[in-house]
Design a protein around this ligand. Structure first.
Ligand code: M6R
Length: 364
């Protein structure tokens, strides 16, 4: 049931404040400000490597998870697209563990990767939305996302719930590995407890985003840029646009621009830049100036301080609430999803059932 929404995707975008909060509460104790002692098939303190593998949007959640686990828990993470992982014969030592990410729990390549790891004898955990799924059943332990059924082919709420779990795992891993003090972990938990509220604020930007999307629906190509955790999010934005609006979009690390893609920039190619004010904000701004100098049209997603520092009269800006850097990828996912959604609606495509795609890809 879509309720009073036009599409399941719209409904699922709007459910995010609630389902993120619900998911987080399973892993974090907001009253105590700590991380819960949830069951795990391995101890973060006893492994020296984690292999993560998934497909599509779930893979991009894993990529953001890698940034967090490496930064906060100093745990080296190998992340692969499952269709590559299953054939690439990665050596796994006894001191590593494997983590799979899948909304449906039925994705063929992800399942095949899991079985490869099973044969290697490492402990296996999965982040799944469907608890009664093959991937869930074949794992040693699961971290359920509590997103509820996701009907739209484009993954939205499952993605932000996967991110919520990775964030909680980073805090847990940091404590177990002794790289985070109790106070630092508490600060992360506090920041996460605010994510649903910021997500609700982001939803209020929908009217403005819809206007920008109407313009986007007129173009053939879009470039999405970001650095650090905004880089996987840029790829997610591009994936969402391709998938439901059929506009050719690419997500790039902003620093890679000058190694090739800058040659594409002209007046007809909008460049969407995701840049919350964080430690590398200035670097992204300088990439943006390179785009502007070549006549590129920029749509900047940032916060108030970012908008002021980038001095942006000529550009389009989506001004997000100011929030702790750690949780930005969870909250910035919403404008990215809304941009794709409203572009697709403006183009009149079948948003919930885009052509050539299936919700769960159970064949290779
Ligand atoms: O069910 P899964 O999470 O394993 O699915 C993985 C991908 O097929 C999925 O995320 C796909 O990329 C989405 N349609 C993207 O919106």
């Amino acid at each position: 049931d879509k309720g009073n929404h036009r599409h399941f995707m719209e409904k699922e975008i709007h459910e995010q404040p609630e389902v993120i909060s619900h998911t987080l509460a399973n892993y974090l104790d907001f009253a105590e400000g700590g991380v819960r002692a949830f069951e795990m098939p391995f101890d973060f303190g006893k492994i020296d490597r984690l292999a993560v593998s998934a497909c599509g949007t779930a893979y991009l959640a894993g990529l953001i998870g890698k940034y967090w686990l490496e930064r906060y828990a100093r745990l080296p993470v190998d992340i692969d697209i499952a269709s590559e992982f299953r054939y690439r014969e990665m050596p796994l030592s006894k001191s590593s563990a494997a983590l799979f990410v899948s909304q449906s729990g039925e994705t063929a390549d992800t399942l095949a990767s899991l079985r490869y790891c099973r044969a290697q004898g490492v402990p296996i955990a999965s982040i799944v939305n469907v608890r009664d799924s093959t991937i869930a059943r074949e794992s040693d332990g699961i971290f359920p996302t509590l997103a509820g059924p996701e009907i739209g082919v484009a993954s939205t709420k499952a993605f932000t719930c996967q991110l919520a779990i990775f964030a909680a795992l980073a805090a847990r891993a940091g404590l177990q590995r002794g790289t985070l003090s109790d106070e630092e972990a508490r600060r992360m938990v506090r920041a996460l407890s605010e994510a649903p509220r910021y997500a609700a604020q982001a939803l209020r930007l929908e009217g403005h985003i819809e206007k920008i999307a109407r313009e986007l629906s007129q173009v053939r190509h879009v470039l999405y840029l970001g650095r650090d955790t905004s880089y996987p999010l840029a790829m997610e934005g591009a994936l969402k646009l391709k998938e439901i609006s059929y506009i050719h979009a690419e997500g790039y690390a902003a620093g890679e621009l000058k190694h090739g893609p800058i040659a594409l920039i002209d007046e007809s190619m909008p460049v969407i830049v995701i840049a919350p004010t964080d430690r590398i904000f200035e670097k992204t701004v300088s990439n943006m100036q390179e785009v502007a100098a070549r006549g590129g049209r920029i749509i900047l997603i940032t916060d108030e301080a970012g908008a002021a520092r980038a001095s942006l009269d000529k550009f389009e800006t989506i001004v997000m609430p100011t929030m702790p850097e750690f949780i930005a990828p969870i909250v910035y996912a919403l404008p990215v999803q809304m941009l794709a959604y409203h572009t697709a609606v403006a183009m009149g495509t079948d948003v919930d059932q885009p052509r050539n795609l299936a919700k769960s890809v159970t064949v290779e």
